[in-house]
Design a protein around this ligand. Structure first.
Ligand code: CA
Length: 236
């Protein structure tokens, strides 16, 4: 079945160029020109990915994303930001977006990210399916227990409420305790961005949110540590 992408964007020329290129790649396209319609379509059609502009009529992109996540909708969202504004980018990630791209963006880069985010969802679905078929795989690391078939992590036997990305980040880091991974490597391995050379801020935001759920005291992390100038590591 063809993967469906919802574009929520009020600039018609951007919609046209995105539609043209994504259809050429075999995707089916839905379009909304304002935030309210975008949110309705996202909930009614459940697309495989959403490209979401920030400045929109009726409801801005941040509100659309927040409303989706509040309803436990975890469709991958890539925000399209108009400016090189650090605050816009970080705020988009804070309200639950998976990624952002700054206009004007390279179509090649956008297609790569679309593909990476859709592939990630597919991997999670097949993990959930194989969980039904085989007995769950379990791994204990100090106070943590990983159930990779169910994609769940327990700390002191209490389930952690992690997003899929947070789970994948923790699972990846904890597979090699004590080993330091650079942000670029994490982008490649956890975010599936091959040969990533761009902005790695998404990693820092994801680590901070993960610490809030994993650490006893997020201000003084004892499990997910920073090696200044190098990257992150997990220790038990
Ligand atoms: Ca706009």
């Amino acid at each position: 079945m063809r993967k469906q992408i919802l574009i929520v964007e009020d600039e018609k020329n951007i919609v046209d160029i995105l539609t043209f290129n994504l259809e050429k790649e075999g995707y089916e396209i839905l379009v909304a020109y304002d935030g309210d319609t975008g949110l309705q379509l996202a909930l009614a059609k459940n697309p495989d990915l959403i490209l979401l502009d920030i400045m929109l009529p009726s409801r801005n992109g941040f509100d659309v994303c927040r409303a989706l996540r509040a309803q436990n909708n975890c469709t991958p969202v890539i925000m399209l930001t108009a400016r090189e504004e650090e605050t816009d980018k970080v705020f988009g990630l804070e309200v639950g977006a998976d990624d952002y791209m700054t206009k004007p963006f390279s179509m090649r880069e956008l297609l790569a990210r679309v593909k990476a985010n859709i592939r990630r969802t597919g991997m999670a679905e097949s993990a959930a399916q194989s969980a039904d078929e085989s007995s769950p795989e379990r791994q204990v690391l100090g106070r943590f227990r990983f159930d990779s078939a169910l994609m769940m992590v327990y700390k002191d036997d209490k389930a952690l409420d992690l997003t899929q990305r947070e789970y994948e980040l923790l699972y990846f880091l904890s597979a090699s305790p004590g080993k330091v991974f650079s942000r670029e490597v994490l982008m490649e391995r956890v975010w599936n961005y091959e040969g990533y050379v761009g902005d790695v801020r998404a990693v820092d935001v994801a680590v901070r949110r993960l610490r809030e759920k994993v650490e006893d005291d997020p201000a003084q992390p004892q499990f997910i540590l920073t090696r200044r100038g190098m990257g992150y590591l997990f220790q038990v």
